[in-house]
Design a protein around this ligand. Structure first.
Ligand code: G1P
Length: 289
């Protein structure tokens, strides 16, 4: 059983300036919900009971979002705004949410290490906030089910185009079954010529707690940052690591184009906007083509 998850959210958001100058990138809404709420909802829908969000300076609004909003709730209650009240209360009721601050930006591996005492001695999940994933079964739940079948450590992966391999951790290994590879090679953001495959790690992991002692001894790697990928590579010496090609669609909301695509598709998936928004897009395309 996987009960705990961590969400690293300490990054500076340099791919999304100027918005991220004063707004945490995790709080930028997709339609009407901050990106990080979708991530916590995925965790909760996958059976996670406790989530630790690793924040940094200037990220207080994330804590506010998952807290009570007494004044607002009081006003909505008095005005009998039932729907709005439920919307405001939802984030705080998803699961137990904890916070810790990463004091220095030393990379994803270092951020994960901040969760050592929260996780203790059990397998846990990591969800990266830039990756929004839709599908009929939550991506993390698919991975938890695979973990139950296979044991070991599970990384969510998907095939990416050649031009994108240098943006991801890339894995290769022995095909285990249709959607699973037993990983024996892993490299963080390789040049295309050095990439062992096109199978990229997407921001969902289920890892054994042994990763923490490995991270403590991991030297800075690519970009002079402590890389989670390097630690997982070392974990492969003693444990099985599986790459699971998840079923669903992933959006990289950390970059502007990915964010725009997510906004359009999430809006089209919303009952109250679908028809009008679709018509609008059709008209717009007719004008521009
Ligand atoms: C991180 C990981 C990388 C992974 C990616 C998924 O990179 O280091 O291995 O493929 O997330 O989104 P980042 O995008 O934080 O630079």
């Amino acid at each position: 059983m996987i009960r705990k998850a961590i969400i690293p959210a300490a990054g500076l958001g340099t791919r999304f300036l100027p918005a991220t100058k004063s707004i945490p990138k995790e709080m930028i809404p997709v339609v009407d919900k901050p990106a990080i709420q979708y991530i916590v909802e995925e965790a909760a829908a996958s059976g996670i009971e406790d989530v630790l969000i690793i924040t940094g300076r200037n990220k207080q609004t994330i804590e506010d979002h998952f807290d009570k909003a007494y004044e607002l709730e009081d006003i909505l209650e008095k005005r009998n705004k039932v729907g709005e009240l439920a919307t405001v209360r939802k984030p705080a009721g998803l699961c137990n949410i904890h916070f810790i601050r990463q004091q220095e930006a030393k990379g994803l591996g270092h951020a994960v290490l901040c969760a050592k005492s929260f996780v203790g001695d059990e397998p846990f999940a990591i969800l990266l906030g830039d990756d929004l994933i839709t599908g009929s079964k939550p991506c993390l739940k698919q991975m938890i089910d695979e973990k139950e079948r296979l044991g070991g450590n599970i990384l969510a992966t998907m095939k990416v185009d050649d031009c994108d391999v240098d943006k991801y951790g890339i894995v290769d290994g022995k095909r285990y079954h249709e959607r699973v590879i037993q990983v024996n090679e892993m490299v963080e953001k390789p040049a295309l010529a050095d990439a062992p495959s096109n199978q990229a790690i997407i921001g969902r992991y289920i890892l054994d707690s042994a990763i923490f002692s490995i991270l403590e001894g991991t030297e800075p790697g690519k970009g002079d940052e402590i890389q989670l990928t390097d630690a997982i590579k070392k974990l492969m010496d003693t444990q099985n690591v599986y790459a699971y090609e998840f079923i669903g669609k992933r959006y990289d909301t950390g970059n502007k184009l990915g964010y725009l695509k997510a906004t359009v598709e999430f809006a089209l998936n919303r009952e109250e906007f679908r028809e009008d928004f679709y018509t609008y897009l059709e008209e717009l395309m007719g004008e521009t083509l």
